[in-house]
Design a protein around this ligand. Structure first.
Ligand SMILES: [Zn+2]
Length: 313
């Protein structure tokens, strides 16, 4: 039995070397236009930049209430270039980017909500996307669909669908990105809705619900995979117990060791555990402290680093 001070020292050491799990999913909320760029002007005189900022602030508040970390690309009536918005977002290293806009069209009958995202199935040669955004097409599409679904369900607005788009802010970033066109300022009924405080709040709620459907606020699993193209696949493997990470991180760019590769094979193919001669239970110790070495032993060996294989039972 160790002395109490020794146990305390070991506990303190463990707390220091094992990262906590306090980080929340991080969202960049982007209010479209601003300053000298008014955006669309509504049939009722509303300026799009003003509507966008108000809905974006409400969205920020709702997301913060839900436990997300939120940063806004602008919180004042200032002009920010499209590149400035993307550079800001890349610097923040968030989990996702959502831009808030209101629509306008020459046909005043057009109304409803749509969500824009970059889709590599519809590349436009004049508007090349970042490599990251090309790879992130499935994630951006999934985010766009969930936000559109929640938005339409919450607001009751007409569903104008998903729109694969080459607009700069959804094309040049490094994380799943969408642009929400809330409603049409060029349509009298929609413009009236956009002028309403309660409807702006409802719109913000719809976007927040969609984001929540896409990513949990407590989604702090492998923060070093935020925005990474392999994130979805890695999280699926984690859910199935194939990968574990180390210290709460995944370290996606480092090389596998032979022990980790063997562990992966064992888990994926559910291989039986080999028992050395003379031992009734020796399923631990094959992997120590590796990226995938926290799976528990099939002989019941506990603790980090024990167990080459997942329990087959
Ligand atoms: Zn706009």
């Amino acid at each position: 039995m160790r002395k109490p001070w020794m146990r305390a020292a070991l506990l303190a050491f463990a707390l220091l070397v094992v990262p906590g799990h306090a980080s929340a999913a991080k969202i960049v909320v982007d209010a479209g236009h601003g300053g000298s760029d008014s955006g669309a002007i509504g049939v009722n005189g509303l300026q799009e930049k003003t509507v966008n900022l108000d809905i974006a602030r409400r969205l920020r508040d709702l997301l913060v209430q839900r436990g997300y970390e939120v940063v806004m690309s602008r919180n004042t009536d200032d002009f920010i270039s499209l590149k400035g918005r993307v550079d800001f977002t890349n610097g923040q290293q968030p989990d996702l980017f959502v831009s808030v806009h209101a629509n306008s069209y020459f046909n005043a009958d057009a109304r409803g909500a749509m969500v824009l995202y970059y889709d590599d199935a519809y590349p436009q040669s004049s508007y090349p996307a970042s490599e990251e955004m090309k790879a992130l097409t499935p994630e951006s599409r999934k985010l766009a669909q969930q936000v559109l679904d929640a938005f339409v369900q919450t607001t009751g607005l007409e569903n104008k669908g998903l729109v694969p788009s080459a607009v700069y802010v959804v094309r040049m970033g490094t994380v799943p990105s969408i642009l929400v066109e809330t409603a049409f300022l060029s349509n009298a009924a929609d413009a009236e809705l956009l002028a309403s405080d309660s409807m702006r709040q409802t719109m913000a709620l719809g976007i927040a619900r969609g984001i929540e459907a896409y990513i949990s606020p407590q989604s702090n699993v492998f923060p070093d995979l935020r925005g990474h193209w392999a994130r979805d696949a890695v999280l699926r493997l984690k859910a199935q117990g194939v990968v574990e990470g180390i210290g709460g991180r995944f370290e996606p760019s480092r090389m596998l060791t032979r022990a980790e590769w063997a562990t992966l094979l064992g888990r994926v193919f559910d291989l039986p555990v080999a028992k050395p001669a003379g031992s009734s239970c020796a399923g631990d110790g094959t992997v120590t402290g590796g990226v995938y070495g926290d799976g528990g032993g099939s002989c019941g060996a506990a603790g980090a680093g024990a167990g080459a294989y997942r329990d087959a039972s």
